[in-house]
Design a protein around this ligand. Structure first.
Ligand code: GLU
Length: 399
């Protein structure tokens, strides 16, 4: 058979975060005592009130199609959340509920990009952004943040990357994988550039509730009408409410774009899962104590992990301020040998850690930073301690 396949599909790399996570789950199922620092997936169960709402939805027959872009009830709850938490006013016709944050983002790129449109993506970036842009016929343009600015890109760097083809900028604060947070002043400068050069801002705020310490989350769309009109504000329930498997994400957008996204979604998936929508409604409108408890626990783990990693030789990191990742520069380990074999790069290092020390980490080539690895602290303190002991032993064993 000589039938060809889609060149676009063939150019896409499968998600390594998901494949490493799947590998860890498989190893655990086979009885291997592996510590998984891979997935950005809270180890907590979804809170009971949310699960109960889903069970009630099933038992009461809320198991049919819903409007394509989500139920009115959930859209209204999302509007209230945007108003109260983000200081953003959206009407229900500006909201699109989708099957997870990823689906929200792919809908956005499908709705705004024409072939050849450029999308500026600050690095380090979550690995799915460039692939999503390519799938929507766009061209990812990477701008690399530096250590001098804690890996955050500056407005000047963004401006240098702007061309006549620039259609959008992806902004992710708190950031996956660095845990860094953009301040209001930094966002204001970026907003000014988006307005001056007239491009969209795709603002991925998935980790907005997971901020520790003094800094506050700022939604770029809240900085004035002109930036509001150019911004697509995305979030979801996966991280803050421990609902990764439920797949509910949402976007607040200009009404014209929300309409396009709804139309795309109506053909792609009909609607987000009806039961998950009821669960999401409960998550957003019910008691919020569990969100606070989970955040406090993430904070304890963050402090522990940062202290331990900072005490290890040959690795460097900044204190993460949000999300639940530590972004670690391991380049000093490259060139050292393990059992007579040279550690060449992050992939190589991650392979040895997994096979010989039973620790899974994410090599960050796919995040644009091959000298780094990412460790999630969304696993228990006990697991973190065990995994860090193993990493410490690995470093000691290197020659
Ligand atoms: N977003 C999480 C992560 O970065 C989950 C896996 C994925 O969707 O990439 O680990």
């Amino acid at each position: 058979m000589s039938l060809s396949l889609s060149k676009k599909a063939q150019s896409v790399k499968p998600s390594s975060t998901l494949s490493i996570t799947a590998k860890v789950k498989e190893l655990k199922a086979n009885g291997v005592d592996v510590v998984g620092f891979g997935a950005g997936e809270p180890d907590f169960n979804t809170p009971d009130n949310i699960c109960d709402a889903a069970i009630t939805a099933i038992k009461s027959g809320f198991t049919k199609y819903t409007p394509a872009s989500g139920t009115n009830e959930l859209k209204a709850a999302v509007c209230r959340k945007f108003q109260e938490f983000n200081g953003l006013h959206y009407e229900p016709n500006q909201i699109v509920i989708s099957n997870g944050g990823k689906h929200s983002l792919t809908n956005i790129f499908d709705a705004i990009l024409n072939p050849g449109d450029e999308v500026i993506i600050p690095g380090p970036y979550w690995l799915s952004y460039p692939e999503m842009v390519k799938l929507s016929d766009g061209v990812p343009v990477i701008v690399y943040g530096t250590k001098e600015n804690e890996y955050k890109v500056t407005a000047e760097q963004i401006e240098k990357a702007v061309t006549a083809k620039t259609k959008a900028l992806v902004l992710n604060t708190p950031n996956n994988p660095t845990g860094m947070i953009y301040t209001k002043q930094e966002l204001q400068k970026i907003a000014d550039i988006a307005i001056r050069h007239d491009f969209y801002v795709v603002s991925d705020e998935m980790y907005e509730y997971l901020i520790y310490g003094e800094e506050k989350h700022v939604s770029i769309a809240s900085l004035g009408e002109e930036i509001y009109n150019r911004t697509l504000t995305c979030s979801g329930l996966s991280k803050s409410y421990a609902m990764t498997g439920w797949r509910i994400g949402y976007v607040g957008a200009p009404a014209t774009i929300a309409k396009l996204m709804g139309a795309i979604q109506s053909h792609a998936t009909s609607n987000p899962n009806s039961i998950a929508q009821k669960a999401a409604y409960e998550a957003l409108t019910g008691q919020q104590d569990t969100v606070v408890t989970m955040r406090e626990e993430f904070n304890r783990r963050r402090i522990y992990m940062y202290e331990r990693l900072s005490g290890m030789p040959h690795v460097q990191l900044f204190e993460p301020k949000g999300a639940f990742y530590a972004f670690v520069d391991v380049s000093e380990l490259f060139g050292m040998t393990y059992k007579g074999q040279k550690i060449e790069n992050g992939q190589n290092l991650a392979q040895v850690l997994l096979s010989d020390y039973h620790v899974a980490v994410i090599p960050c080539d796919d995040f644009g930073y091959p000298d780094h690895i990412r460790l999630s602290y969304a696993i228990s303190q006990e697991q973190i301690a065990k995994g860090l002991d193993r990493i410490e032993n690995f470093i000691k064993d290197l020659k």
